[in-house]
Design a protein around this ligand. Structure first.
Ligand code: 13P
Ligand code: SF4
Length: 340
């Protein structure tokens, strides 16, 4: 359990003026009392961002006050990697987890990359080591290795190319190989295997958040909410994906909502995603089980402020690892998203 952080900066007239109009962005999910606790941090973070020439990148799983009030770019893992490569800011603050910050550092090696809490990890990244990848390569000679970005830089360094959930099928097929080693998410691998004729060898990694969703929950949602449209992330187990109306990365789900504008929706993914969309899609009724990522939750406004004040904690990557890992990530960013 992560200890809640004290929010003890005062809400002054100056803070009110500096954050004027921002509350409307989060008013459906943040109460006015909570806002008076958050606003002083938002005001200071905004001022420091300008002073440090910093950019804040936030994943869709960040809480509303970060996602909608201090982030300059929001997106899925692929979009955040692309934004990190494209920015001319001096400092990148990653509001996400460790592998996202490492990916940003790989793509912007001369910039300062800050992760407000270095303990923000990922069960997928923790499931596999560089040694495991070498063993798999030996067991399947000649098969290229495609590694999900939810891995350490050391694992990426052992890979031919990375992918995200937004381009996994396209990346696998781009290799033109009959067999591919696809790591480390067993469920994403099963999803890819169902979409391609390429033979997929995988690993037993799972996302601790998405593996908790069940097909039974989806049946119950459909029984309770007539006409509900179910969108699921490919890190979910296969029976959950089979029960969904649409499967895609976090950003693909957002695109689906924009294009189809359904009335009732269940987002079968980390539950902050739906909370962040409530303000953007006020006409949609969201209902889903709430599974939170404990790693994403480690990023808070006070930690973002501290990171900008102290320019720490910074992400550093051993140059011997960074070079091959960067090659694998750059091969991925050169390949677009999967088509829907
Ligand atoms: P995407 O944002 O790439 O869909 O990934 C989801 C995820 O679990 C990141 O931690
Ligand atoms: Fe990792 Fe799952 Fe959390 Fe994403 S949601 S960071 S895959 S544990």
């Amino acid at each position: 359990m992560i200890a809640p952080e004290r929010l003890d900066l005062p809400y002054t007239a100056g803070v009110a003026a500096a954050t004027d109009g921002l509350y409307e962005r989060v008013s459906r999910t943040v109460t006015p009392v909570e806002w008076e606790l958050y606003a002083p941090y938002v005001a200071r973070i905004e001022a420091l961002k300008a002073q440090r020439q910093a950019i804040v990148l936030a994943h869709h799983y960040q809480t509303a006050e970060i996602y909608r009030c201090v982030a300059d770019v929001v997106g899925d893992s692929l979009a955040l990697a692309q934004a990190a490569a494209a920015t001319d800011a001096e400092v990148i603050v990653m509001c996400g987890v460790h592998f996202m910050a490492e990916t940003a550092k790989l793509l912007s090696p001369h910039k300062i990359v800050l992760l407000p809490d270095l303990a923000a990890g990922c069960s997928l990244a923790d499931s596999i080591t560089a040694h495991d990848v070498r063993r798999l390569r030996n067991a399947h000679p000649g098969a290229p290795v495609v590694t999900y970005v939810n891995t350490s830089a050391a694992v990426k360094a052992e890979s031919d190319v990375c992918c995200t959930s937004a381009n996994a099928v396209r990346v696998v097929e781009s290799l033109g190989a009959p067999k591919v080693i696809f790591l480390p998410d067993q469920y994403l691998a099963a999803y890819v295997a169902a979409k391609t004729s390429v033979e997929i060898v995988t690993w037993q990694g799972h996302c601790e958040v998405h593996e908790r969703f069940t097909a039974q929950e989806i049946r119950a949602l459909r029984a309770q909410h007539e006409g509900i449209v179910v969108l699921a992330h490919p890190e979910c187990p296969p029976d959950v994906l089979a029960s969904a109306d649409f499967v895609g990365s976090t950003t693909s789900m957002l695109g689906y909502l924009r294009e189809t504008n359904p009335r009732r929706v269940a987002m079968i993914t980390e539950c902050s995603m739906a909370a962040n969309l409530v303000d953007a899609f006020p006409e949609i009724e969201f209902s889903q089980p709430c599974n939170l990522c404990p790693h994403m939750r480690r990023i808070t406004l006070p930690k973002i402020l501290r990171a900008l004040e102290t320019l720490s904690p910074q992400i550093e990557i051993d140059p011997g690892i960074a070079q091959p890992a960067r090659r694998a990530v750059e091969r991925m960013t050169a390949i677009g998203r999967d088509s829907r």
